[in-house]
Design a protein around this ligand. Structure first.
Ligand SMILES: Cc1cc2nc3c(=O)[nH]c(=O)nc-3n(C[C@H](O)[C@H](O)[C@H](O)COP(=O)(O)OP(=O)(O)OC[C@H]3O[C@@H](n4cnc5c(N)ncnc54)[C@H](O)[C@@H]3O)c2cc1C
Length: 269
């Protein structure tokens, strides 16, 4: 096997919720890890809405549950509202399971939040090494360990090698680790291509009194999920992003957004 620059017990590939949670748990159990994430920073996109009760139990063990709950949306956002248009009435409504009432078997309840609120808390929950801008591009398995080849996008594509006893493939639905290991998938595969557009706007005029975690709409078929602050929610996000622009700071003097959804369009991307 090739000579490695770094040795570690567990190499975690991917800095999403799975990889970040695994890093925090392994640190708690005294296991040395290195997490590599090909992006140069955490993803700024809100994405998933629900941290369910079982996940909150794990975050409670890590001492994170209260912090996650304090950054979450209020329980009044625990609804999915189906509309033809943003300003139309709801033709269907469904509660988000497990966020509005205590579950007898659990000391916690789930919360409506978003990944751009959750992931910074997970990152801060451990001190183990993280290398952003480092992409796994090769894996060589030996009898007792694995040597991973990384490309460091922050250092002109410099290549380094990491020897690990275990590699944890937390690199998402399109896992390149899975493909490298020849592990297939079942099911229909990709169901479509999507473009995500995140914007901040005051839509309180249309949505006031009907807060929702997600607002799927029939025409022209974008899906809206709230990103900004609403009544009872945590503080407004400090950054915003458009589909083409870089991250930019919200002006400190900008008025609070009463209800700022994220619209997830359905074009290609
Ligand atoms: C627009 C949108 C809306 C969503 N809404 C919901 C929702 O409402 N509810 C819900 O439950 N889920 C939702 N999801 C899905 C949710 O975001 C994912 O299920 C979740 O992020 C999966 O977490 P993960 O840690 O497994 O993977 P990811 O969050 O995908 O993280 C994987 C990470 O691995 C990194 N990576 C990949 N390959 C490499 C490599 N070779 N080397 C280094 N790093 C690598 C990627 O850059 C990525 O950051 C949504 C997703 C999107 C895009």
């Amino acid at each position: 096997m090739s000579v490695a620059d770094t040795e570690v017990d567990v190499l975690i590939v991917g800095g999403g919720p799975v990889g970040l949670t695994a890093r925090a748990l392994l640190e708690r159990w005294g296991v040395a890890t290195l997490l590599v994430e090909k992006r140069r920073a955490l993803s700024p996109f809100p994405r998933s809405r629900l941290v369910n009760a079982r996940s909150m139990e794990i975050y409670r063990q890590l001492g994170l549950a209260d912090g996650i709950a304090s950054r979450a949306f209020g329980p009044e956002f625990g609804h999915i509202r189906f509309r033809d248009t943003l300003c139309g009435g709801d033709f269907a409504e469904a509660p988000v399971a497990g966020v509005n009432a205590a579950i007898p078997e659990s000391p916690v309840i789930g919360v409506v939040t978003s990944q751009d609120r959750l992931e910074p808390l997970l990152l801060a929950a451990a001190e183990a090494l993280v290398r952003f801008g480092a992409e796994l591009v090769g894996l060589a398995e030996g009898p007792r360990d694995v040597v991973a080849t990384l490309v460091d996008h922050g250092r002109d594509g410099a290549r380094t090698r990491v020897r690990a006893r275990y590699v944890l493939a937390a690199d998402g639905a399109n896992s390149s680790v899975r493909r490298r290991l020849g592990i297939g998938t079942t099911g229909p595969g990709a169901l479509g291509d999507f473009t995500t557009v995140v914007f901040d706007a005051d839509l309180g005029r249309w949505c006031a009194g009907r807060p929702a975690s997600t607002s799927p709409r029939t025409a022209p078929s974008p899906r809206c999920t709230p990103k900004g602050a609403g009544p009872g929610s945590g503080p407004p996000p400090r950054t915003r992003r458009t589909s083409t622009g870089p991250l930019s700071s919200r002006a400190p003097s900008a008025p609070a957004t009463a209800y700022a959804p994220t619209c997830c369009g359905s074009s290609t991307g």
